[in-house]
Unconditional design. Structure first.
Lengths: 476, 162
């Protein structure tokens, strides 16, 4: 595809874009932009060994944003007719209240994105439903074949094909086509009246070819089954402060919550983050280098351009323990006089872009993971998490570990259930005492919510050791 | 608000003609107005009217659903056909199906849930309400001035899997 669907199918012209933007700035205002979106989602669910439902969803619309100082006016239309868009532009314009003439705006010849991080031969929306269903059936069969104690399997397949066109009052115009697929498997194992569940999922900005190797439906199903079965023999988690080792990959959600959100520029501009005003200060152990990188090919959090039309970057947030900068969207970057980082993201045309993460991870260190385990006398080894949340202002977080083990005398021993990790971001990073050489990104399942907007993200971590973290256990 | 019933009936008719043994449709029209204020000033103001259509079809005991924010006739016609095709690819589900006609209700009692005064509120009045609430919070305690975080909802989370 070498042109945007909005020009080809919806006959939007550069001239139209200029007219809408001029209307947006008709009452003054410093800046205006347009975000056209055409998004097709498919979702198929397998339950009780049958394909229970299939859903197709189409969302089309345009959002008009006008910025005046630090105020934002926003309106959107799910109708791409000229009159509707002009009305939305007039509504958004109301945020500015000078009567000055907007003047004329010249929009450059539309160009594609700057990168090519996820070109696919055929977009997910154009793939056969039967092929998507086949993935679910394969997962179901593989999970049930693992063990007779696997009593229930739920599997879901979701995909997204998103066309985006962005035009700005400073003359830029860019478009992108963003594919995204994900397959999740949940197993319930049952034995002697006890029931436990296990989850595994994977995907990325690709087509169905992503589901090979570790992401093969069989492999995801076996992993979900393994976790459920493991939990059947898990013992109660110990409680109290203790040394904790986090495994590589998905445990990066701890980094995402505890550090990542606190480094989003809006919270820091308003000084509501625990990290506000700390650039150049040591905020973490010198073993920690934390990066947000939206430019990794095919990853769930990757973008050719952010939702404000700016190219994504590799942004070093913390280098050897020292805070380097924040994740910026356009508004915060301008108000903080900071460079753009390509982190302005939004859920859709009906939402205002805000600073968000892309793929966020800690760089590998020098320790061998097995040496990290050996160095712990008594502690917890957490390798998989169900989810977590953070209070940005205090930095306090809580996570529930869905797979964790005791570490006793340098060895990983019994699996434990119900362990929750409780702490605060600024403290936990200072307590990192070892970083492994095994950085891994998660397999492509992250969904991040903020201000009522959910977006796909990716997290990553090498094995790390934290001197002390409070474990909310289940031991009586 | 438009009368959405004829449009809904047309979609049902189209679905039945296309091979659905049963179908239900929901068309909604939403009016959104939201304002965030901070330190007595508007921070963000958002306004829109949007419509969407949700269709569920049954082909025997098989089902599929679809949703669109584009209510153009051409697209809806195509989507109805695609939804029926999708339904044919799902499995037979004995617990699926529409509720019996006799329990379907379309004449609802007015529970007095919508304050008619609300619709009369002008944007300036709505903004005024937000500013009043913030001012009250700021004046409740000196600490609110020092910490400056009057916006609520600054929580974020990431959720894995299913």
């Amino acid at each position: 595809m070498n042109n945007s669907i909005f020009f080809e199918k919806y006959n939007v012209t550069s001239r139209d874009l200029e007219t809408y933007l001029a209307e947006g700035l008709s009452r003054g205002g410093d800046y205006a932009d347009l975000y056209f979106e055409y998004r097709i989602n498919h979702s198929i669910i397998l339950e009780e060994q049958i394909i229970k439902s299939a859903t197709k969803s189409i969302n089309i619309g345009v959002g008009v944003r006008v910025i005046s100082g630090d105020k934002t006016g926003y309106a959107y239309s799910d109708n791409l007719n000229r009159e509707h868009i002009l009305k939305a532009a007039r509504t958004a314009a109301f945020i500015a209240n000078s009567s000055s003439e907007g003047g004329t705006i010249g929009v450059q010849t539309p160009s594609g994105h700057d990168h090519g991080f996820y070109s696919v031969p055929k977009v997910p929306a154009a793939l056969e439903i039967v092929d998507k269903i086949a993935l679910l059936l394969e997962a179901d069969q593989a999970a049930r074949a693992c063990d007779s104690r696997i009593q229930q399997v739920q599997a879901s397949y979701v995909d997204e094909t998103k066309h985006v066109l962005i035009a700005t009052s400073d003359g830029r115009c860019a478009w992108d086509l963003q594919p995204l697929v994900r397959l999740n498997v949940m197993c319930i194992a049952e034995e002697n009246g006890k029931r436990q569940s296990g989850y595994q999922g994977g995907g990325g900005r690709r087509a169905l070819d992503v589901f090979t190797g570790d992401l093969e439906p069989k492999a995801l199903a076996r992993e979900a089954a393994r976790q459920a079965l493991l939990q059947l023999r898990a013992i109660d988690a110990p409680a109290g402060p203790m040394e904790v080792v986090l495994g590589p990959g998905w445990p990066g959600i701890l980094l995402h919550e505890a550090i990542g959100h606190g480094l989003e520029a809006d919270f820091n501009r308003k000084k509501t983050s625990a990290f506000a005003g700390l650039i150049g200060h040591k905020v973490a152990s010198e073993l920690c280098t934390v990066v947000d990188d939206g430019t990794i090919p095919f990853r769930r959090g990757s973008l050719n351009m952010d939702d404000e039309g700016n190219p994504t970057h590799r942004t070093v947030l913390i280098e050897k323990g020292v805070l380097q900068g924040y994740l910026q969207d356009r508004l915060s970057a301008r108000l903080m006089k900071a460079p753009l980082t390509g982190n302005g993201r939004r859920q859709g045309y009906d939402h205002i872009p805000i600073p968000r993460m892309t793929n966020t991870f800690m760089m590998s260190g020098e320790s061998a993971p097995e040496d990290i385990i050996k160095s712990v006398q008594k502690g917890l080894y957490a390798v998989h998490f169900g989810g977590g949340q953070v209070d940005i202002t205090s930095g306090k977080f809580v996570f529930s570990a869905s797979e964790a083990y005791l570490i006793e005398h340098g060895r990983v021993t019994a699996p434990v259930k119900g362990a929750a990790l409780i702490g605060d971001g600024p403290t936990v990073l200072r307590q990192v005492t070892a970083v492994g050489n095994d950085l891994a990104l998660d397999q492509g399942v992250g969904i991040c919510g903020k201000d009522g907007q959910t977006i796909p993200v990716c997290v990553g971590l090498p094995t790390i050791k934290i001197r002390e973290i409070t474990v909310g256990g289940t031991e009586k | 608000m438009h009368d959405l019933r004829p449009a809904a009936e047309q979609v049902i008719h189209r679905a039945v003609k296309g091979g659905a043994t049963a179908a239900d449709v929901m068309i909604r029209e939403d009016e959104t107005f939201s304002v965030n204020v901070r330190m007595g000033e508007i921070e963000t103001l958002k306004e829109a009217i949007s419509r969407s259509l949700l269709l569920r079809v049954f082909v025997g005991k098989r089902t599929a659903t679809s949703h669109t924010s584009d209510l153009s006739e051409e697209l809806i016609d195509q989507l109805v056909d695609e939804t029926i095709q999708m339904a044919k690819l799902t499995s037979e589900d004995n617990s699926g199906g529409l509720p019996d006609q006799s329990v379907f209700q379309s004449d609802f009692p007015d529970l007095n849930l919508l304050d008619p005064e609300w619709e009369k509120l002008k944007p300036e009045q709505r903004i005024g309400l937000a500013i009043r609430a913030e001012t009250a919070a700021l004046s409740a305690d000196k600490a609110m001035y020092d910490r400056l975080p009057p916006r609520s909802g600054e929580h974020a989370g990431v959720f894995g899997c299913v």
